[in-house]
Design a protein. Structure first.
Length: 199
């Protein structure tokens, strides 16, 4: 079984590309999303307690429930490198565990394991893979997409993007770069070319 990592910056279209791979490859592929793994972890009691220990009660919603205030994390923690590193220290080892569990489970019946890992390079590229695919777009396109699709203001978007490696740095290290400044037809053509050449 091959392992493909799909990474890139926020707003480049990674999820759209993975969706196309899912449609093209079908049952021969197994898919993993680091973002979905993080969302699931945010619901786990032990993770909530670990983040409260790391950041204090501010990390919780104000409604009296022991639920994380994700807006607070996004606005107060992610833009600050030292705080973001503390958050990642709690989350990343657990995400890697979920990744390996999913890969092992997929091995008997899958031709390819496709993992969407937005922070692959920021994490130190510790995940082994046969192919690292970077989905890239220009900064202006990233900003527009994030403002339109996530309802964020430009300052928040710029802070978010500044917390990640640049697209140029990621593309330089990639095995394959998928350029996604255009529409879905161009993205689909690149997905088809990739599958035909690699599987």
């Amino acid at each position: 079984m091959k392992t493909w990592i799909v990474t890139g910056g926020a707003g480049t279209g990674k999820s759209s590309f993975v969706k196309l791979l899912r449609e093209i490859v079908g049952a021969e592929a197994c898919f993993f999303s680091a973002d979905e793994a993080v969302k699931a972890l945010y619901e786990e009691k032990l993770v909530v307690e670990a983040l409260v220990a790391e950041f204090g009660p501010e990390v919780l919603e104000r409604n009296g429930e022991r639920k994380l205030n994700r807006s607070w994390l996004r606005e107060q923690v992610l833009p600050v490198p030292a705080l973001r590193a503390r958050l990642e220290k709690v989350l990343h080892p657990r995400v890697f565990e979920r990744f390996e569990e999913a890969r092992v489970a997929a091995a008997p019946q899958s031709k390819v394991f496709v993992a969407e890992v937005p922070l692959h390079y920021e994490c130190g590229s510790t995940v082994s893979a046969d192919l690292v695919i970077v989905v890239a777009a220009s900064r202006s396109v990233q900003v527009r997409r994030m403002m339109e699709n996530r309802g964020l203001d430009e300052q928040t978007v710029q802070s978010f993007l500044n917390a990640q490696w640049s697209i140029a740095a990621k593309a330089e290290r990639a095995d394959i770069v998928i350029w996604n400044d255009g529409g879905m037809p161009a993205l689909e053509a690149q997905a088809l070319t990739l599958v035909r050449s690699q599987l």
